[in-house]
Design a protein around this ligand. Structure first.
Ligand code: ZN
Length: 241
């Protein structure tokens, strides 16, 4: 097909606008940002799971500490009673007194070891609290970063949509200047997600890169500036720049 100068100019603009549109459409997917958001969501989830684990570890220790607390108090009470009995000494032989003293010593030693255990547990709870505070802060930061990226994504999306709408309307205006059969052909290919038309770049198709056949090259060379051929590989309409 031989295009007039105006039609040729319109087709070159159409090709350029289509290239820009493909770029904008691809950018609108925001693949990198979406990937970062996905990774953030994963981190946030893992962080929340770790918090839940530590919280249940903490709860178990708190329960054990409460049990020890009751145990220590009960042993304290028992010691008081044994000591009262020892001090009263009513009806006790010296053998009884010795046995009583041994019982008191044993009870004190056991209470002391329970108190050590209690202290150790409280220390562990304190460490868990510090780790939990750190994880909760990290969770808050991750959530804030997620919201920031979502806002960025929405803003960028609106920007790209506006850019695409403008390119679409500019391209539609150029389509009006093309011969009807060419317009229908390139529009249908674009609608199907294929490149409708491209320029010839160093004797190759600007869409798929295939080299033009000798016949196509000689048609372009012998025809005027507005001569078009079809790429034998991808069937895009080709024109000289
Ligand atoms: Zn091609």
């Amino acid at each position: 097909m031989q295009l007039t100068d105006l039609e040729h100019r319109a087709l070159l603009d159409w090709i350029d606008l289509s290239t820009q549109l493909r770029r904008v459409t691809n950018a609108a997917k925001q693949a990198e940002l979406v990937e970062r958001l996905r990774a953030l969501a994963g981190e946030h989830k893992a962080n929340a799971a770790r918090i839940a684990d530590l919280e249940s570890e903490r709860a178990a220790r708190v329960e054990r500490a409460a049990g020890l607390e009751r145990d220590v108090a009960a042993r304290g009470q028992a010691i008081i009673e044994l000591e009262a009995k020892l001090n009263a000494g009513v009806g006790l032989t010296s053998r009884d007194l010795l046995a009583l003293q041994r019982d008191i010593d044993t009870a004190r030693a056991t209470r002391s070891s329970k108190e050590d255990e209690q202290l150790e547990l409280l220390g562990e709870i304190e460490e868990l609290d510090a780790e939990l505070a750190r994880l909760r802060e990290a969770g808050t930061e991750l959530a804030a970063e997620g919201r920031r990226l979502q806002t960025e994504r929405a803003a960028r999306s609106a920007e790209l949509d506006a850019e695409a709408a403008q390119l679409h309307s500019q391209r539609a205006a150029r389509e009006g200047e093309l011969p009807e059969s060419l317009r229908a052909r390139v529009a249908a290919r674009e609608a199907a997600g294929e490149v409708g038309a491209a320029i010839v770049v160093q004797r190759s198709c600007g869409a798929c890169g295939a080299e033009l056949s000798g016949m196509a090259q000689s048609r372009l060379t012998s025809g005027g500036q507005g001569e078009t051929v079809e790429c034998e590989e991808c069937e895009a309409v080709l024109v000289r720049p």
